[in-house]
Design a protein around this ligand. Structure first.
Ligand code: NAD
Length: 349
């Protein structure tokens, strides 16, 4: 008999096409009167338009969110939040906007509404990764979990095909690692398998036709379920490697997940046959590893870490950081084997 502990995240999820129209009602439902919008610099205009939509319920926009949540940016944003007299946070964007909102919630105790526009899944997790002095440290706290998540399919229609592909594979990675997590349980495994199925079915259609609303809806549902998996279980080697490559080598988040995923799964495959069978079934392929390589190729995702800026001379240090502290993984993690894995991912197939 399998023993497990499962904690469901208590947030409210509003899902649909055009659901952003409900933002004002959701802000009021949380009792907020001076909500502050948190976006990346490239989404500043969208933030301003939403502030206008909220009218007197909005206190301003903080368009400072950056990849990997640098602590200096959070401190600057916190000063702005206080100056604006904000009493709640509305993050609109990908994992970067949601990460800054989580960092602000941790420091201020304010409630959050997350409106994701990528497939990264941060909105569903009590995890916050912050970067300081070249190191990215992750924490888990209920204090960073948004109270409300609004998924609006319409907001994802403008996500460029390349980012849709890599962000979708980022989501897929959460679901894949959930299937061999040490604390996997029947609920997360069901969510994971359905996430992999939905993402594998929808992403090729999304990349071929970014305006395909049915495919976008299926991809976003897959991303939601994958994010819920990430929030509920302990992830392993794949996430550790991406965390190191992003935090210590500045590699871009979603692209790195896309380039590493098949290699990390190939490494773990001999030690996790039951998970591999479920991944293969969800992909509709005979083999999990080959299925992931094929999907990645079909989506035109980056095929090597070299293409993302990693150098051969970085491999020793990356392997050293990735194996410095122990963490759960189906196959034992040794420095030489991890260096070989990273070398293969650096060169690509
Ligand atoms: P991102 O949020 O950095 O977005 C990438 C770029 O795309 C940004 O310039 C953004 O403005 C733009 N963008 C976002 N949505 C768009 C849309 N619909 N149309 C056009 N442009 C759009 O990238 P991401 O991959 O979503 O998030 C990466 C960050 O999230 C990393 O820092 C990562 O560590 C974090 N993350 C955290 C968790 C967690 O659980 N804590 C989970 C996943 C990712």
């Amino acid at each position: 008999m399998q023993r497990f502990t499962y904690e469901a995240a208590p947030m409210r999820v509003v899902f649909g096409d055009g659901t952003l129209a409900a933002l004002g009602a959701e802000v009021e439902r949380l009792g907020l009167r001076r909500a502050v919008l948190v976006v990346t610099p490239s989404q500043a205009a969208r933030g301003a338009a939403l502030a206008a939509q909220l009218g007197p319920l909005a206190a301003g926009v903080i368009p400072l969110a950056a990849m990997h949540t640098p602590v200096e940016v959070t401190e600057q944003a916190l000063a702005l939040l206080r100056a604006m007299g904000g009493d709640g946070l509305v993050a609109v964007g990908g994992g970067s906007a949601i990460g800054l909102s989580k960092a602000l919630a941790l420091r201020s105790g304010l409630k959050q509404i997350a409106v994701p526009t990528t497939y990264a899944g941060s909105e569903m997790t009590p995890i916050l990764g912050q970067t300081e002095a070249g190191r990215k440290l992750a924490l888990r706290s209920a204090a960073v979990l948004p109270q409300v998540v609004i998924y609006d399919v319409a907001l994802t229609l403008g996500l460029p095909p390349a980012l849709s592909a890599t962000s979708g594979l980022n989501a897929m990675a959460h679901a894949v690692e959930a299937l061999y997590a040490p604390d996997a349980n029947p609920v997360t495994s069901l969510m994971a398998e359905e996430a992999i199925r939905a993402l594998a079915a929808a992403l090729p259609a999304v990349v071929a036709e970014p305006g395909d609303r049915a495919a976008r809806a299926e991809a976003l549902q897959g991303a939601w379920l994958a994010g819920a998996c990430l929030g509920a279980v302990t992830v392993s080697l794949h996430h550790k490697l991406c965390h190191v490559l992003g935090g210590s080598f500045g590699l871009p988040h979603a692209e790195t997940h896309a380039a590493v995923l098949p290699w990390a799964v190939q490494f773990n495959a001999p030690a996790a046959p039951a998970a591999m069978a479920r991944i293969a079934r969800a992909l509709g392929q005979a083999d999990a590893v080959e299925g992931l390589f094929a999907l990645s190729r079909r989506l035109g995702a980056p095929a090597s870490l070299a293409a993302l800026g990693l150098a051969e001379s970085d491999l020793d240090r990356a392997a050293e950081i990735a194996t410095a502290a122990p963490y759960p993984n189906p196959r034992p993690v040794e420095r030489a084997a991890i260096r070989a894995l990273l070398g293969a991912a650096l060169r690509g197939r």
